[in-house]
Design a protein around this ligand. Sequence first.
Ligand code: NAD
Length: 272
Amino acid sequence: MSDDRERWALVLGASSGMGEATALALASAGCNIAGVHLDFRAGLKHVDEVKAAIEAAGREALFFNVNAADDEKRAGVLEALAARFAESTAAGRTPHLRVVVHSLAFGSLLPFLTDDPKTRISRRQLEMTLDVMASSLVYWTQDLFALGLLHETRIYALTSEGSTRVIPSYGAVSAAKSALESNCRQLAMELARAETGCSVNAIRAGVTITPALLRIPHHSVVIRRTEKRNPSGRMTTPQDVGEAIVKLSEDGLLWMTGNVISVDGGEFITGS
Ligand SMILES: NC(=O)c1ccc[n+]([C@@H]2O[C@H](COP(=O)([O-])OP(=O)(O)OC[C@H]3O[C@@H](n4cnc5c(N)ncnc54)[C@H](O)[C@@H]3O)[C@@H](O)[C@H]2O)c1
């Protein structure tokens, strides 16, 4: 990363898994981190550790423990970010939102069909999953655009092979991943037409051991299968994803937009 503006990354889902690893990798590469996460008391010690690691890399950690799908909370985060950028500008620096990462895992893992209708997914659960995991990317991008913060910004959203494959108990998340990839394409086109110089890409991570994966019923079967089928002989790590996003965010790659990019050691192409 070579320009001399004050680099910032906004990471949605910065306290765990892919978002945490990407926040740390981007901090090591010179970005201050605005992190959004949703954690209760038991998780707060870890959030402090993530912030401390960002600060140990010599960068600022501006974190918000809020629901990223709540319109008012989003407005509050963006107001605070804009105020922080204004401080830098007043001090003679040029803040630049270089990277946005959407890495929110918050979905229903209930099946569509069960013998007892009370145990199947409800309308509210299906809509909530789509709202957090897919639509929220659109609302954050709309507001960042309205604030004039999107200029040569690299936007990434974490997707999975569930966007094109069926996986038991993953119906709502699969739907969200299909919608998320579509949202990336649409935003890529609209941001290009608006001459922002931004890129928008979906990152299709391989199966990775994180708290979200461990919430999936029968995750041990998924892990065993992945270990067998990944042609590189191991599972993806959150660090694989963080490092790929740092490299993709280097200068000269903004013409790459509207893609689904696998970061999985070849797992997706095995097709099994
Ligand atoms: N783990 C995998 O195997 C895998 C594979 C491919 C893609 N992905 C995708 O990567 C993304 C991150 O997943 P992960 O495995 O790192 O999960 P994770 O559980 O480790 O982290 C999820 C993060 O999202 C935050 N979060 C969840 N809901 C939120 C909300 N409503 N508002 C604000 N913050 C919220 C959490 O606080 C946490 O920081 C997800 O979109 C997931 O579908 C995961």
